[in-house]
Each structure stands twice: as C-alpha cells, then as structure tokens.
Design a protein around this ligand. Structure first.
Ligand code: NCD
Length: 321
C-alpha cells in the first residue's frame, strides 16, 4: 500500500525556510513564537531523513568546551545527510593555545567549511564568530547565555510528548543561575504562552536580569525553593545539572552540589502524566531508578537532537529533506 502523500509545505514553512537559508542561529529570540512552531513543523519533515541532500557540504565543529551530545549529534546529522565534518573537540589542540583570536580561527574555518557550529565558554562568542564570517554560524552554547538548538530539541520533545507547546505548566529545577540550556528554554516556553515554575536553591536562582525580562514580556512565572510543593501542578519537570565549571569559588559549589535529586519516587508525588526532561549530562540530580519510567524523556531528547540538527543544517544550507 502506498504511504500517505507528503504534507504540502505551508506558506509559513516556505517563508521561514527562505529566511533561514544562509542565516545564523545565535539565540531563540531571533524567532517569534509562531516561527518556533513553524520551525518544529520543518524539523518533523526530517524525521528519519537519509537522502544525501548535504553531499559536498562541510560542517566545521569548533568546540572550545566539552561536549558529547551536541557535537556528536551535529556530526551524525551531517553524516546522515551525506555531508562531511571537520573541527576540534578540544581547544587545547587548536592554535588558540598559541594566542590566535576567535575571529581569526573563524576566518580560517570559513576557508574549509560551509557552516560552523561553535561552543565557547564566553557569553557572546557566537555573535563574535558570526560577525567574523559570512557563512552560517550555529551557537552550540556560549557560556551561561544561550543554547538555541538544545531548546529546539527540547521543544520538539515537549510537543511530541504533551501534544502541544502552550498552556503547559513547566518546572525548571536546579542551576538556573548558570545553565544556558535552561536560560534558552525558559525564554522560548515563556514566549509560547506556558506557565513557568522556577525551582532552585537561593544560590542558584535565575539571575535578576532574566527575571526582569520575564516580567517585561508578561510571562506567567513563580519562583520557589520547594520542589514537593511545585510538583503536583507540573506537566513537565526540566532538571538541570549544577554547572560546576562556571563557579568562581569552589566552596560555593560544595555548598550546593547535593541540593536536589529526583528519583522514581518523585514521579509518585507529581501529576500522572508529568514528563521529566534533562539536557544531559546528569551527575547525581536524576537517579537512574527513574530511567525505566515512560515519564523519563531525557534519552529521547538526545535522540531528537539528531533530527533537529539535520533540519537546522539543511535549512541554513538551503537544502530540503
Ligand atoms: C548542556 C550544555 O552544554 O549546556 N549540555 C548539552 O548540550 N546537552 C547542559 C549541561 O552541560 O549541563
């Protein structure tokens, strides 16, 4: 039996795809709420895509900070669409150690590749990279600031699991001070019209400037230190790792390192269908006893990362599935 005819492209998909060809992805804020939804519709078209639409294209993956999922999923996405990758996973082996500027490194990568994904400890580094080259730059995480493709895979997972992207009550647990995955996703789910519950110990609360931005954008949110009090209303619990590498004072980290942990019993105290997400890597904030639960969505997030990055790479390079 023949499969269903492919869904024709909507005007919104056509126009977003046109706008993304040759563009950068630096922040979730470059998209409106409607565009984020349209972008996820485009991502869905890349589910299982294997056609070599990126044959002859090269991705430079420049990672100045550790990564497993982001780098490997970008490389996997490129390989599955017929493209190739080069780059470094450790800035210690690049000419940065000889004093080369970020801008010069980017100008070199531009000679060897068609698109660049960069991860860097400095906030704003992806913007600096974008200003140094004409080829598309993807922000794979800049300090505590943004991680937009992580947000896309998080939104994609939420939509698949919860059936919608608005009117949800989404709890963020953990390091809301330094976590860029949380920072990006909080902005996006706020724009999309969800209620946000920020659960963090005092030392790890969302920075005041970000709280002000939520107020300015009229996002519905509450702040609390009490997970058990927050749990019963949540549709999604987004757990984050304490970002040890961002603490200036190791004692400050020691004080909060075991501040929270969720496990299989946490699920019993929440709504029946609540899903638990985590950008990974986890350290001790999600006990492995939760992994077997159908409510655990974190490994699925990582899997969806490949589909999202296939779509992002293809769209920036002007290709279609
Ligand atoms: C996150 C990151 O690097 O910001 N990891 C990821 O990309 N999945 C989260 C983290 O390191 O805690």
């Amino acid at each position: 039996m023949a499969g269903a005819a492919p869904r024709p492209w909507t005007d919104a998909e056509e126009s977003l795809a046109r706008r993304m060809a040759g563009a950068d992805i630096l922040s979730v804020r470059q998209f409106t709420a409607d565009e984020l939804v349209t972008l996820l519709d485009l991502v869905a078209r890349f589910e299982g895509a294997q056609r070599p639409v990126l044959q002859g294209k090269v991705l430079a993956a420049l990672f100045f900070e550790p990564s497993t999922r982001t780098r490997l999923s970008f490389e996997s996405a490129m390989a599955r669409l017929g493209g190739a990758c080069l780059g470094f996973a450790d800035a210690g082996v690049s000419s940065t150690t000889k004093g080369e500027s970020l801008s010069d490194t980017i100008r070199m990568a531009e000679c060897y590749a068609d698109v660049i994904v960069i991860r860097h400890p400095r906030e704003g580094a992806a913007r600096v990279a974008a200003d140094s080259t004409g080829i598309p730059i993807i922000n794979g995480g800049d300090g505590s600031n943004q991680h937009p493709t992580q947000t896309l895979l998080d939104l994609y997972t939420i939509r698949r699991r919860c059936g919608r992207l608005d009117g949800l009550r989404i709890g963020f647990l953990g390091d809301l001070k330094y976590g860029r995955a949380a920072h990006s996703l909080i902005e996006a789910v706020g724009m999309l019209g969800n209620q946000i519950v920020l659960v963090a110990p005092d030392a790890l609360k969302l920075p005041a400037q970000r709280v002000d931005e939520l107020r300015q954008h009229k996002v519905s949110f509450v702040e609390t230190g009490d997970l058990d009090g927050a749990l019963p209303g949540l549709d999604v619990l987004y757990v984050t790792r304490i970002q040890q590498e961002r603490f200036g004072d190791p004692l400050e980290f020691q004080r909060v390192r075991d501040a929270y942990q969720v496990d299989a019993a946490t699920l019993d105290r929440g709504k029946a269908g609540m899903i638990v997400m985590h950008p990974l890597p986890r350290v001790n904030e999600i006990h492995p006893s939760m992994d077997a639960s159908p409510q655990a969505a974190y490994f699925e997030q990582a899997r969806n990362g490949v589909t999202v990055r296939k779509a992002v790479l293809a769209l920036l390079l002007g290709a279609r599935p």
